[in-house]
Ligand binder design. Structure first.
Ligand code: NAD
Length: 368
């Protein structure tokens, strides 16, 4: 049987730097765990614009449709700020999401004990936290019609429309229930059914998918504003949260900050299952191309490495190996190894991007 395939799109700024560390880890899993991947690399964002005049070529798009998983670094940078909107680096990312129809955005909020003090919340509220926010990514108010700014009488009116079909709700609900079965078996669905019709439909459809297909998973419903409060009050009450595009945008950023640094946050965007049963998938760190530190060996590669751990778990059914990688990262952090973004007020000497990668590999070796 052919090896599972990965397309690496490292992108711009610190993207290639953090991706170099991911490539070392992929090689390690091949050499030490017999997990061989067919890895190809291509350009996205400003790097693609420089060569092809577009932030994602048709050929790269076609490759992304064929592989089992896309790993993306980051796109963008000041050099490209002057470009026309249609060829800005971010358009490459949006094209991937749209054409692969990646409707479920997974944003874990996981707090490693060793860096719990980086959170703005108290240590006991966040230490050991491990929750997953599933945000609907391709519909809702960011896409609904009518939209625009019109003139009514003598003033202007801004219009956006929240619109969800039953099937759009059902498919993201299934993603959340499937995930919950591999984790703590609990889903909390968040909307505003008290004031929005789309919220009433959301709640009904999620409940129906639960009752007919996933009765074994514990389901609760919460208004999204109360959900925001509960996330800050006692986030460990949650396992998987499923919510729409707008609320997910807000709630996943709130949850992200529970855990400290941007350099630690992975994400996955999943679509419908392909012929081989694997979902269409793209994995990427939450952070951008960080032009302020690019080229200096200062970037924290952990967000990108954790994104690969998500690929192991959700695309390649290697949950145990994903846990091995996460444990290696936890061990390195517990040993006090820190990139510059993780330096506390007590100071110390930060390690470089590649030293952090090497330490994680050493911890992986030690796990055998
Ligand atoms: P950013 O995430 O690139 O950086 C914000 C801050 O966090 C910076 O101070 C940066 O140094 C720091 N940071 C980010 N990642 C880090 C890491 N791995 N290790 C250590 N420090 C890290 O956001 P920004 O500055 O708003 O945007 C910079 C560029 O990235 C822009 O062109 C923006 O459009 C683009 N961007 C791309 C993506 C993406 O590719 N998904 C996401 C956000 C922003």
């Amino acid at each position: 049987m052919a090896n599972p395939s990965i397309l690496i799109l490292a992108g711009d700024g610190i993207g290639p730097e953090v991706m170099t560390e991911v490539k070392k880890i992929i090689t390690w899993f091949g050499a030490k765990r017999g997990l061989d991947f067919d890895v190809t690399e291509d350009l996205v964002g400003g790097a693609a614009y420089d060569v092809h005049g577009v932030p994602l070529s048709d050929a790269t798009m076609a490759k992304a449709q064929e592989v089992d998983a896309v790993l993306l670094g980051a796109v963008g940078g000041p050099k490209y700020d002057v470009l026309d909107f249609s060829v800005k680096p971010e358009r490459g990312l949006l094209r991937l999401r749209k054409e692969m129809d990646l409707y479920a955005n997974l944003r874990p909020a996981q707090c490693f004990d060793a860096i719990a003090d980086f959170s703005s919340l108290k240590r006991d509220v966040v230490a050991g936290l491990d929750i997953m926010i599933v945000r609907e990514l391709t519909s809702g108010i960011y896409f609904g019609e009518p939209r625009g700014i019109i003139t009514e009488g003598n003033e202007r009116v801004g219009i956006n429309t929240q619109r969800y079909t039953e099937s759009e709700i059902a498919r993201v609900a299934r993603s959340a229930f499937e995930l919950a079965r591999r984790r703590g078996n609990k889903v909390c669905s968040m909307e505003k059914a008290n004031v929005m019709e789309s919220g009433i439909l959301w709640r009904e459809v999620v409940q129906k998918i639960h009752d007919t297909e996933y009765p074994d998973v514990e389901l609760s419903h919460m208004y999204a504003d109360a959900g925001g409060m509960q996330l800050c009050r006692w986030p460990k009450q949650f396992d998987v949260i499923v919510t729409d595009n707008l609320f997910g945008d807000l709630l996943s950023d709130v949850a992200a900050m529970l855990t400290g640094s941007l350099g630690m946050l992975p994400s996955a965007s999943l679509g419908a299952p392909m012929a081989n049963g694997r979902p269409k998938a793209m994995y990427e760190p939450v952070h951008g191309s960080a032009p302020d530190i690019a080229g200096q060996g200062k970037a924290n590669p952990i967000a990108c490495i954790l994104s690969f751990a998500m690929a192991l778990r959700y695309s390649f059914d290697q949950g145990d190996e994903a846990a091995r990688l996460e444990a290696a990262i936890a061990k390195v952090l517990a040993d006090g190894v820190r990139t510059a973004d993780l330096m506390g007020p007590e100071g110390g000497t930060p390690v470089s991007t590649s030293e952090m990668g090497d330490k994680i590999i050493a911890a992986l070796d030690a796990s055998l």
